[in-house]
Ligand binder design. Sequence first.
Ligand code: TIU
Length: 231
Amino acid sequence: MTAATTSTIDAQPSLFSFDAASTALVVIDMQRDFIEPGGFGESLGNDVSLLAEIVPAVAALLAFARRHGWLVVHTREAHAADLSDCPPAKRLRGAPNMRIGDAGPMGRILIRGEPGNAIVEPLTPLAGELVIDKPGKGAFYATRLGEELALRGITHLVFAGVTTEVCVQTSMREANDRGYDSLLIEDATASYFPAFKQATLDMVRSQGGIVGWTAPLSSLMKLDGTHPAWK
Ligand code: TIU
């Protein structure tokens, strides 16, 4: 067994320290349903182009995590084809132009296995990485994520993905209540509403880190002398 090596990076509200062996990257819902036209995100009336902008940053973060031997977890918001895991309250909320389970240009909206439910191609999971389908906004609710992390002795989570104030924040709050130290990478998360993204970053790190920490990707990449290549 190799000895744990602690890394420390600049973050807010304070330095964030972690060991690669007990850290997981959790990439939330970088799936076509939210990022490409014709999916769930657009059906709710959103401009999806803001989300596509973070794909290069998430790709660089994934490459960093893989280089450093972190556990990598990808989530997808996904429902069973018979909608047995989709509460009517979720399906019937609001006045979208297509509801969960309806046929759209990328297949049935938010249904497991449909083309639109796939993670966008540049962020495709590698063999051995965990892919967690989740019926809710939080990654821990009604999934095996907690057990998978516990099995591997994971104590620190680094979050990225979409949308900042919905599935990312819900998952980070779930993680916080389960005792994980969580870091949100500021430029590897996006919202359809930039003001909501900013508010989420501010609330996560407020009150001494009431939910966790935030840091730009460059803070992490300083650890191995790399820098975000797309900048
Ligand atoms: N609508 C919205 O902002 N987000 C979601 O419905 N799901 C996720 O955030 N993944």
